[in-house]
Design a protein around this ligand. Structure first.
Ligand code: DOR
Length: 432
């Protein structure tokens, strides 16, 4: 397959800088097979080229998500590799990392290989994450070498924390020679207790049991200290508190090998959203108060937070159509992440577009070790074309995900992907 993208506003990045060095240029881009073969102002179409007119649109490297729950194997009623990757492509993603809290969990080389095999026919690239402990029980380490050999990016018991500090220390020691991160779902379950939302004024008003911010930040502190002691890599999943940010900023300034991600919903919503009792606002970690949201926004602008990750967590209607106390934690995010952050952060001038791309594309690509990411000749053709002027209402009934649990239904957002090309193949086009 060969594709010519014409007249787009291309986002280019010079490789020697993390924050500067972005360039916008109007031009054309040609793809042959899985790679970008030409870039320039005057490219002529070749016979058999599929021509995509990108006049007035942004053409940028595809988005990359370090944290997605694809639910396969085991909960195909919530999501499958096929439906989750299609939702991701519709959201502009070309590579996603899938979490191992499946049924059974991805705690062996065979389980990881099975997912990779299923993902071969998916429309975008899937990179699995393996478990830290066997069965995610937190008791005995999984065979980390075997998981790495099978192709995992990192290891995590996400959904659950590793409560036993000694197990976490061993996981860090074993993962070090492989140079993979241990991904920390930082949560002290005894501090979470039976909490269902952020603990504060709003939980008191609503009469719902709260989760204090310390349930997260004490574990962030523990894992920073363990990363320091073992000289290993820790990546913090879905950070949500200002104290976590302070600890991570200090750790980074001292050369401790930590990175972290934030979700779009923690950047856009506060615990005030729970007032609706909409169970789609129930998520772990919970939506925090305004002061935490503001700290996250500062941290993403400064680069203390390395990337945006959706924590796309599909749940069925039955799992959400119930009392707030009983509902499952989690919300879907792949199809709305970009337009949500473009509308709420870029359009009001809180974050510039190139920095958003750093956190949603270049940054996570670097974390996942994708060396050939970006609009340059020879690189893998992972590209998204975005109409920044396009305004649409979020309608989960029209989404690609098998689940519909979004708190953003009915919101009007700007900045939607109109085409996504992954590995040189068209993974999504708006007309679909
Ligand atoms: O809200 C959440 N849902 N947080 C997690 O850590 C896990 C996820 C899920 O798997 O549903």
């Amino acid at each position: 397959m060969s594709i010519l993208i014409k007249n787009g506003k291309l986002l280019l990045k010079d490789n020697d800088s993390r924050t500067d060095g972005y360039r916008w240029t109007v031009g054309n881009l040609r793809i042959e097979g899985p790679r970008i073969v030409a870039l320039g102002p005057n490219l002529e179409p070749q016979p058999h080229d599929i021509i995509i007119d990108a006049t007035g649109k942004m053409v940028a490297p595809g988005l990359v998500d370090t944290h997605v729950h694809l639910r396969e194997p085991g909960r195909e009623d919530e999501e499958t590799i096929a439906t989750g990757t299609k939702a991701a492509a519709a959201g502009g993603y070309t590579t996603i990392a899938c979490m191992p809290n499946t049924t059974p969990p991805l705690d062996s080389g065979a389980a990881v290989s099975a997912v990779l095999q299923r993902a071969e026919s998916a429309c975008i690239r899937v990179i699995p994450v393996g478990c830290i402990t066997k069965g995610r029980h937190g008791k005995e380490l999984a065979e980390i070498g075997e998981l790495v050999e099978a192709g995992v990016w990192g290891i995590t018991d996400d959904g659950n924390p590793v409560v036993d500090g000694e197990i976490m220390r061993r996981a860090l020691e074993y993962s070090r020679p492989f140079n993979i991160p241990v991904i920390s779902h930082a949560e002290e379950p005894r501090l979470t207790g039976k909490g269902v939302m952020h603990e504060g004024l709003m939980s008191t008003i609503l009469g719902l049991p709260g989760i204090p911010p310390e349930a997260e930040s004490v574990m962030v502190a523990r894992d920073v200290l363990l990363a320091k002691a073992t000289k290993s890599r820790v990546h913090f999943a879905h950070v949500s508190t200002k104290e976590s940010i302070e600890i991570i900023a200090t750790a980074k300034s001292r050369g401790i090998r930590v990175t972290c991600e934030v979700t779009p919903h923690h950047l856009v919503l506060t615990d005030a959203a729970v007032r609706s009792y909409d169970t789609n606002t129930k998520v772990n970690p919970p939506l925090r108060s305004q002061d935490h949201l503001e700290a996250l926004r500062v941290a993403i602008a400064k680069g203390i937070i390395d990337c945006v990750a959706t924590d796309h967590a599909p749940h069925t209607w039955e799992e959400k159509d119930c009392d707030y106390l009983q509902a499952e934690f989690g919300l879907i995010g792949l199809e709305t992440a970009l337009s949500l952050l473009f509308t709420h952060l870029v359009r009001p001038g809180i974050l510039d577009l190139a920095t958003l791309w750093e956190r949603m594309s270049f940054g996570p690509a670097q974390l996942l070790g994708l060396a050939d990411h970006g609009l340059a000749v020879g690189n893998r053709a992972d590209i998204v074309i975005v109409d920044l002027e396009l305004e649409k209402e979020v309608d989960p009934t029209k989404g690609w995900s098998r689940s519909r649990n979004t708190p953003f239904a009915g919101e009007r957002l700007f900045g939607w992907p109109v085409a996504t090309i992954a590995g040189g193949k068209i993974a999504f086009r708006e007309a679909e």
